[in-house]
Design a protein around this ligand. Structure first.
Ligand code: NAD
Length: 500
């Protein structure tokens, strides 16, 4: 008899509980197809229980002193650091990315936990003294109640950590629905959160897919939803939850362009582009799946192909691996299908990464670095988000032409320009209509002193995750206008005007 496959638990009211569902899905190692665990699709009763406990816990949590809440995140950041290697190993096993990249995934989330531990400085209101005679006006930023998070497969540590620490530190309680494809590292982080002192009911986790997400969108006791994932699902979540009166932020799909000017440092630029296009097997929302080579830089294509060819494709635990497997067999066949379509639609396949030989990982979902040149809008490989290690190269004669081209793409998540000219970089920064801009930085994901600021079709909702913006997202601003009478205050009788 084979070893029993562990089940992923729900987290309800501080207890890790077995689901009573009949619907389960395997969590699979994408490098080997080994089944690591089985994840339940929570029943409606279980989802309601998670929300009910979060609602109950809010009554006391919202009154917990700001310092006491923040101290939990001071402890959590320490626990994450102490368990970094274990967290990265879990993440690599279920998601596929290399171990160093998995540590990066955890680390970028850890930065948000550190930020949550300083929440006192962020959740301050404002006060104006003497707005009228003897009258002061001030604001208080009050938590909303039960908030929910829905997360994608590609950053199973970082993205849950974008959400629950800031929501909880600002005084809310939380229901998290991790990706059903790789929930294990998320669950380990939640265990650490309880160990750090998050009280029962303050953080709850349910699992599932479409039905669980719809239940979150519809539940009357959930006040706000933070979603990260594809444009298709994010748009659905935004529309459905907004109609139900919820505050919603959705960070969605992308098609990020890099612009390479001929004065750029060639070696550093090509290294940066290869890293950002093929790292994490292209499964980052801030990856660079399109590069625009401007003018003389168009001659650099063979060197870019050579760089891509030199990358090692293997299991994420193998030392020296650059490109791990993609998340699932379905993702692999979708990506291979898109490559076939690119060829059929007339793009030039400058490097074909399909069906690489990966000794020791013959069953893995591997596709090696792939490069298309002569790519044009209207081709499926340009119009769709491939979310695999496939780079589309487009030529341009001028920076103006490149800016116009990028601004015509509906997505606005990230972009990067490579140049040694301050004037060109500044022109790009000013004229490009994309929310996150890198200047000689290929993956410009802001640190949590700022917020994640994708724009246009890559985002719905006004306020971004983490940083200052998310404090406003997770709180309601209340404005108080106050006058205190004392015996010396003269009474002027009834005043029926609008003045203070
Ligand atoms: P996804 O949209 O398939 O899944 C996201 C979440 O939605 C998951 O929790 C999933 O269970 C749920 N879901 C899936 N199908 C659903 C349906 N039909 N109805 C309701 N809920 C559903 O995304 P993914 O494949 O896990 O992640 C990759 C996508 O996420 C890419 O498009 C990527 O660009 C995007 N992403 C964006 C950002 C960003 O910050 N803009 C960051 C990371 C990933």
């Amino acid at each position: 008899m084979g070893a029993t496959i562990p089940t992923v638990k729900l987290l309800i009211n501080g207890q890790f509980v077995e689901s009573k569902t009949t619907q389960w899905r395997d969590v699979v190692n994408p490098a080997t197809q080994e089944v690591l665990a089985r994840v339940p699709f929570a029943t409606p009763d279980e989802i309601n229980a998670a929300v009910a406990n979060a609602k109950e816990a809010f009554k006391t949590w919202k009154k917990t002193p700001i310092g006491a809440r923040a101290r939990i995140f001071l402890k959590l950041q320490q626990l994450i650091r102490e368990n970094m290697k274990e967290l990265a190993a879990i993440l690599t096993a279920e998601q596929g990315k290399t171990l160093p990249d998995a540590e990066g995934d955890v680390f970028r989330g850890l930065e948000v936990v550190e930020h949550a531990s300083a929440i006192g400085n962020l959740q301050l209101g404002e006060l104006a003294n003497n707005v009228a005679n003897g009258v002061d006006t001030y604001t208080v930023l009050q938590p909303l109640g039960v908030c929910a998070g829905i997360t994608p497969f590609n950053f199973p540590a970082m993205i849950p950590l974008w959400m629950f620490p800031m929501a909880i530190a600002t005084g809310n309680t939380f229901v998290l629905k991790p990706s059903e494809q790789d929930p294990l590292v998320t669950m380990r982080l939640c265990e650490l959160a309880l160990e750090a002192g998050v009280p029962p009911g303050v953080l709850n986790v349910i699992h599932g897919g479409e039905d669980a997400v719809n239940a979150i969108c519809d539940h009357p006791d959930i006040k706000a939803i933070s979603f990260v994932g594809s444009t298709r699902v994010g748009t659905h979540v935004y529309n459905r939850a907004s109609l139900n009166g919820k505050r919603v932020q959705c960070m969605m799909g992308a098609k990020n362009h890099a612009v390479v000017l001929p004065d750029a440092n060639k070696e550093q630029t090509l290294n940066a582009i290869a890293g950002a296009s093929f790292g994490a097997a292209g499964q980052r929302c801030m990856a660079l799946p399109v590069v625009m080579l401007v003018g003389e830089a168009q001659q650099w294509l063979p060197d870019l192909v050579a760089k891509a060819k030199s990358l090692k494709v293997s299991g994420g635990t193998e030392p020296g691996t650059d490109v791990g497997p993609v998340i699932s067999c379905a993702a692999l066949s979708r990506i291979e299908g898109l490559i076939e379509r690119g060829v059929a639609e007339g793009a030039t396949l400058a490097l074909d990464g399909r069906k690489p030989t990966v000794p020791g990982y013959e069953k893995g979902n591997f596709v090696g670095p792939t490069i298309f040149s002569d790519v044009k809008p209207g081709m499926t490989i340009y119009d769709q988000e491939i979310f695999g290690p496939v780079l589309c190269v487009v030529g341009a004669e001028t920076l103006d032409e490149a800016i116009e081209f990028i601004n015509a793409n509906p997505n606005g998540n990230g972009t990067a320009v490579f140049t040694q000219s301050g004037a060109a970089a500044r022109k790009f920064q000013e004229e490009i209509d994309v929310g996150q801009v890198g200047i000689n930085v290929p993956v410009p994901v802001p640190v949590p002193l700022f917020s994640f600021t994708g724009s246009r079709a890559s985002k719905l909702g006004d306020l971004g995750p983490y940083g200052k913006q998310v404090v406003l997202f997770y709180t309601q601003t209340k404005t108080v206008t106050a006058r205190w009478f004392d015996d010396s205050t003269a009474s002027h009788g009834v005043n029926t005007t609008i003045s203070l």
